[in-house]
Design a protein around this ligand. Structure first.
Ligand SMILES: *[C@@H]1O[C@H](CO)[C@@H](O)[C@H](O)[C@H]1NC(C)=O
Ligand SMILES: *[C@@H]1O[C@H](CO)[C@@H](O)[C@H](O)[C@H]1NC(C)=O
Length: 773
């Protein structure tokens, strides 16, 4: 009782403090090195003029073992005697500042933050500068909230796992199924978040997760905490690891998160070869490696990977883990050291990685107000410009899947009354998907359409999983009265989410029947708007002559309804392309979600995964997306033959090369860049944006994908005009294939490029290079 009232009192006190700071707009006190603290401000680790490395060494030298151990976890304890406050490492910013992690809260001066479309939608824009721009805006808002005491500076975003299986509940969080697309997204979004500040400084620290081969949450009784992903060296090297490598090497991310699952019998957070070997050794991560939340506990408690908890603590830290999201390392690390399984030096190594990131963020530089970004505050969150970018991102991410006889765009003149029907037609939070925050505000599809024309609304279904059809009659009656019908259907987090994979690919509940019946009853054209993260088997709608057009809008974010209406009425000409394959339902009947193989294996009836390896029928292919205009492409310039220089070629090597291709480590990759120039002409009668996807088909061989995206570029072309697009191709990176040992090789012979309807072959030949004496 007494304790209770004490807790209440402290709760009230916290509230009072919060509202006081809200009233005065006061900022947070310094995290460490407070200039008003005479005891600590002169300590070497507080000296901004020293190298971060030396400051970190100084600080570690002052900490006791117990203090160090309490810094190995996400809710790091304060070290009051050194003037260091506690810190919550866990914040999220997947597509806007989010309150999913305990490090960030909304309220007071910060009631919400700009909620951008879910990542799968933004990926569909294929616009790398948009991704970076969103990262820049999100980190402005994050810094503002940090300054106001409401958020951290370490964000465990983005999620760059490959969207391998269409059923994955978290596929929505990712940039899709293609490694080149995911790699580009990872590097650019991270660059936007972390900022281009002075050498080695960070605006916020991003984190690429979940390393690696994590893309199953809960399917058919198998969950991520127990799943052992059996992955070939080949698939790791040319699919699963590709976005992580780009995130570290090109994006220079400050953190990587290891995953819950095992890879080939080893929990990823205890895998020395992968953490210390690959991430630090080969990719040179400048930052820290963090566990997924409670994943160290999971590898001990659920996977029984070690016999004692001390062994689990020792195994992970020795493997290269620096920070535990969860309490496990705070509890068990001391015993691991006492029993000689781990040394204090191992702990120092982990702390050097986390403390360096905090120093790079400026957390040890004293007064936050005097630092870069110190002036960002409440008025920098949800600004009109930021909200406009959220709208722009939604417009760019919408994909026009089908448009019978040019039924879209609708016309405000001919379609004066529009029936708006469907379980997602008037939703708000559904539009922001998972790992979201509190949006600045919403425009629902119904509200967006109502800005153009008179609307009549009927949900038709009580939610996406609706059982009965008792609302169908009213929906049909509405469609009968209107000049056009817009049906907004799809999924939400009750169907696909973290810890929730789908069982199949069909529209859930009675939605399919609702769509068909309303389309049948409609007086005017029926447009299907599909709101979902994962792909849906829409064969029934695609083949229904009563359905005039189909749009996929992903989870379009806070401004989704405006963007949808802008596309429906043609003030925005859609240019998005699908970042994943839309499979038919019978695909998932044939493929267990647990089968990690990317490549098809006809001997056991396994069809392979993604457009790179699966050749069967699809509902809509990867890269599909229509426009209200038409484009013609012509090739301006592309080499016909390229020599791949090799030193010291002998007859034996020549025959290996002839059969297997050139190992990329044996040639000079820097010299092997090709430029392909394409002219894009807008041959229709409205302005539009063309997204050029360049694919390559390598010479036939057992390792090669039959098609691989090697580059993409987006151009806006006004009607009648022409634009030249240059696509740079890095031969080692893009024209190589990976052999069964995980080695990247460039196959010699004809590589065929596809851009739109163009095809062009480039012949690669190994050439003996003159050896300079
Ligand atoms: C390499 O082998 C190919 C195919 O056998 C042959 O045509 C070519 O002349 C050889 N080149 C050299 C440099 O030996
Ligand atoms: C890409 O996105 C940026 C940021 O919204 C925008 O300014 C640019 O026009 C877009 N590119 C194209 C070709 O649409």
């Amino acid at each position: 009782m007494a304790q209770n009232s004490l807790a209440n009192l402290s709760f009230l006190f916290t509230l009072l403090l919060l509202s006081l700071s809200a009233l005065t707009g006061e900022s947070r006190p310094p995290f460490a090195c407070d200039p008003s603290n005479g005891k600590t401000r002169k300590l070497p680790f507080c000296r901004v003029s020293l190298h971060i490395k030396d400051r970190v060494t100084d600080l570690i030298g002052r900490l006791t073992l117990q203090e160090k151990i309490r810094l190995l976890v996400n809710n790091a304890a304060p070290v009051e005697r050194l003037g260091i406050k506690g810190y919550e490492w866990w914040s999220e910013a997947l597509h806007g500042v989010s309150n999913v992690g305990p490090g960030t809260k909304f309220g007071g001066d910060f009631p919400g933050a700009t909620s951008f479309p879910q990542v799968i939608t933004t990926a569909a824009s294929f616009n790398a500068s948009l991704w970076e721009e969103i990262g820049r805006v999100v980190s402005d808002e994050a810094r503002a909230m940090y300054n106001g005491g409401m958020a951290g500076l370490t964000y465990w975003s983005p999620n760059v796992n490959i969207f391998r299986d269409p059923r994955w509940g978290r596929g929505q969080e990712t940039p899709g199924e293609d490694p080149v697309l995911a790699a580009k997204y990872a590097a650019r979004y991270v660059r936007g978040l972390q900022g281009n500040t002075a050498e080695n400084r960070l605006k916020v620290a991003a984190c690429c997760k979940h390393y690696s081969a994590y893309d199953l949450d809960n399917w058919n009784g198998i969950d991520r905490f127990h799943f052992n992903a059996r992955v070939s060296k080949q698939d790791l090297a040319d699919t699963y690891d590709v976005p992580f490598k780009a995130c570290v090497v090109e994006g220079k991310v400050a953190s990587v998160m290891c995953s819950y699952n095992q890879v080939n019998g080893k929990p990823t957070c205890a895998d020395h070869d992968r953490l210390r070997g690959t991430i630090r050794g080969q990719w040179h991560l400048n930052g820290y490696i963090v566990s997924d939340c409670d994943s160290v506990g999971v590898l001990y408690d659920n996977q029984h990977y070690t016999t004692t908890p001390e062994d689990a603590a020792a195994a992970t830290i020795k493997a290269g883990l620096d920070l535990d999201c969860g309490p496990f390392l705070a509890i068990h690390t001391e015993a691991a050291i006492r029993t000689g399984k781990l040394s204090e030096a191992d702990v120092n190594g982990a702390l050097a990685n986390t403390l360096s990131v905090q120093m790079r963020l400026g957390m040890f530089d004293g007064e936050p107000k005097r630092q870069p970004f110190g002036n960002l505050g409440p008025r920098d969150v949800c600004t009109p410009a930021h909200q406009q970018l959220a709208l722009e991102a939604a417009r760019q991410g919408i994909v026009l899947l089908q448009n019978r006889g040019g039924s879209l765009p609708l016309s405000t003149r001919r379609h004066r009354t529009v029936a708006v029907i469907g379980p997602n037609s008037d939703v708000t939070v559904t539009m922001i998907g998972n790992y979201a925050g509190v949006a600045c505000g919403y425009t629902t599809p119904l509200q967006g359409i109502s800005r153009y024309v008179r609307t009549i609304h009927q949900p038709g279904c009580g939610g996406v999983a609706c059982r009965g059809n008792h609302q169908f009659g009213a929906a049909e009656a509405t469609a009968r009265q209107a000049d056009a019908t817009v049906l907004v259907v799809g999924l939400d987090q009750s169907i696909e989410a973290e810890a929730r994979d789908r069982g199949g690919l069909l529209l859930p509940g009675q939605q399919q029947e609702l769509v068909s019946r309303v389309a049948m009853a409609s007086r005017g054209p029926t447009v299907l708007v599909v709101m979902s993260g994962g792909p849906i088997d829409l064969s029934f709608a695609k083949n229904d002559p009563k359905i005039a057009a189909i749009l996929w809008v992903g989870y379009p974010g806070q401004a989704g309804g405006t963007a949808i209406a802008d596309v429906l009425f043609g003030t925005t000409n859609p240019g998005g392309k699908l970042p994943m394959t839309w499979y038919p339902q019978d695909y998932v009947a044939k493929v267990p979600m647990t089968d990690m193989n990317m490549r098809a294996d006809p001997s056991r009836g396994y069809p392979g995964r993604t457009y790179r390896f699966y050749k069967g029928s699809v509902v809509f292919p990867f890269g599909h997306g229509l426009s209200y205009t038409t484009f013609a492409h012509s090739l301006v310039h592309a080499p016909a033959a390229v020599s791949v220089p090799l030193a010291n070629l002998n007859a034996f090597q020549n025959s290996t090369i002839f059969n297997n291709g050139v190992r990329i480590t044996r040639t000079n990759c820097e010299k092997l860049n090709l430029g392909v120039h394409v002219d894009v002409k807008n041959t229709g009668d409205v302005d539009g944006t063309q997204t050029l996807l360049v694919f390559s088909t390598p010479p036939a061989g057992k390792w090669a994908p039959h098609k691989q995206l090697i580059g993409f570029e987006k151009v806006h072309v006004v009607t009648g005009a022409q634009q030249r697009v240059m696509i740079d191709i890095d031969v080692c990176k893009h024209l190589s294939v990976v052999d069964q040992f995980g080695i990247r090789r460039i196959p010699m012979g004809e590589h065929t490029f596809h851009v739109g309807d163009l095809k062009h072959s480039i012949s690669l030949q190994a050439a003996l290079e003159e050896i300079k004496s």
